[in-house]
Design a protein around this ligand. Structure first.
Ligand code: BTN
Length: 262
């Protein structure tokens, strides 16, 4: 059972992360955006750390979207990473998404996968819904990786939320509520392990868990969209799509899974 206050949550995650690169972890009741907060810390030369909150009033998503979640319904957290080789940028983010999909996957009775570039999805193939999203920001030579995980949604959420996404508590195979401090600590610990892996090992593990590969996809780009089969993830994390024998490689974009490749 989850303890009740952010101070108790903080004490729990601090103990779980003692002696690791994220031992400097704080849990606050409310903030604008944990990514913004750690970006400011990075600008001021702060060291590696993690920040978790119960509520964001200005949560940010990818591509200038907003990320909203009812208070205490999610795990909203960011980590400040230093010393990342720019060539490994995608995999620093991927390490967090992979960690989340593994930890969430152990709690639920449906598949939990990663969708390129770094969404975490729950559901049977073809019926996946987003349960977590990751946002990375570069600040000088630091990278801030933030993740929002939908943990405990109330029974009724706005229709647009339940059409596009889901929450872990709707798929639990044992409990009825997600223990958010345990989820936060579990994902951070698992991410630390993946961040210590070399890029080839991490890429292999990420590909194993990726629901985008071997799907017919539509990739939305700033300039339009393309349809093809997602055939591979390059060593730098780029998505390779084949259409009519032509392979194109993409660093950014929003993917829609259309159907499994035949
Ligand atoms: C996305 O899928 O669009 C990415 C969502 C990332 C949301 C998290 S919540 C914690 C961190 N702080 C933010 O403002 N955003 C990220």
């Amino acid at each position: 059972m989850e303890p009740r206050t952010e101070r108790a949550h903080e004490a729990f995650v601090r103990e779980a992360l003692a002696g690791t690169r994220f031992e400097n972890v704080r849990w606050v009741a409310e903030t604008g955006s944990t990514n913004d907060d750690l970006s400011e810390v990075a600008r001021q030369g702060g060291q590696e750390q993690a920040l978790i909150t119960d509520l964001q009033t200005a949560g940010k998503g990818r591509r200038d979207r907003v990320w909203t979640a009812p208070a205490e319904s999610g795990v909203l957290m960011s980590v400040l990473l230093r010393g990342v080789d720019p060539a490994d940028g995608f995999w620093s983010v991927g390490a967090v998404a992979l960690a989340a999909s593994e930890v969430i996957g152990e709690l639920v009775d449906v598949p939990c996968t990663v969708k390129w570039p770094n969404d975490v999805m729950i559901g049977e193939p073809g019926r996946e819904k987003k349960v977590a999203g990751v946002l990375a920001q570069l600040v000088d030579d630091a990278i801030i990786v933030g993740i929002g995980m939908n943990a405990n949604w109330p029974e009724h959420v706005p229709r647009e939320m339940s059409e596009r996404g889901t929450a872990i508590n709707r798929h639990l195979h044992v409990e009825t509520q997600v223990d958010r401090p345990a989820l936060a600590a579990g994902v951070l610990r698992r991410a630390i392990g993946h961040l210590a892996s070399d890029r080839t090992t991490l890429r292999d593990a990420w590909k194993q868990r990726c629901s985008t590969l071997h799907q017919q996809v539509r990739l939305h780009l700033a300039t339009g969209s393309i349809v093809g089969i997602a055939i591979d993830i390059a060593i730098d994390g780029a998505l390779q799509i084949e259409d009519d024998g032509q392979v194109t490689t993409h660093q950014v974009g929003d993917v829609v899974h259309l159907r499994p490749a035949t």
